[in-house]
Design a protein around this ligand. Sequence first.
Ligand code: ADP
Ligand code: MG
Length: 154
Amino acid sequence: MTDRWTTRGPAQTRALGKRLGATLAPGDTVALCGDLGSGKTTFVQGVALGLGVAEAVTSPTFVLVREYRGRLPLYHVDLFRLDHIEDLEMVGYDEFVSGRGVTLIEWAQKMRERLPGDYVEVTFAVTGQTARTVVAIPHGPRAEQLVRQWHTPR
Ligand code: ADP
Ligand code: MG
């Protein structure tokens, strides 16, 4: 099952993320793809709301990963400036991706071979000044369950 939404404005992208965030469980991984400005960080802000994170979520571009405390730990990774895949080890990627939190990875296409066996891929595309299309593709049985729960009429 693939799912596709069109959002009109950042608030709708946040709302979409919030719905996903409400259903995430320990060990879930979400790979976020799409160009700069397509809405990946905006979406993560919504997921954080759905996980009950009180802090404001900002882009972790220069630090690779930020951790937030909500109902579950949220690891927000941004690989935009990743030059060497080995840098992932330095930030503890292997530990947290298989741990008790949930991991969201911007520019995940840069590390496709290091993604876990089961993850949801969400791709964002700019289709207008404030319009974005959001396409979710599940990779694995848990991801399929997540996408099914996430689905609502658009
Ligand atoms: P990315 O992390 O993919 O680089 P950001 O979420 O940081 O993208 O930025 C998206 C930008 O586009 C923000 O300035 C946001 O306000 C704007 N925007 C306009 N319309 C939308 C929309 N429908 N969804 C998400 N962001 C939108
Ligand atoms: Mg971003």
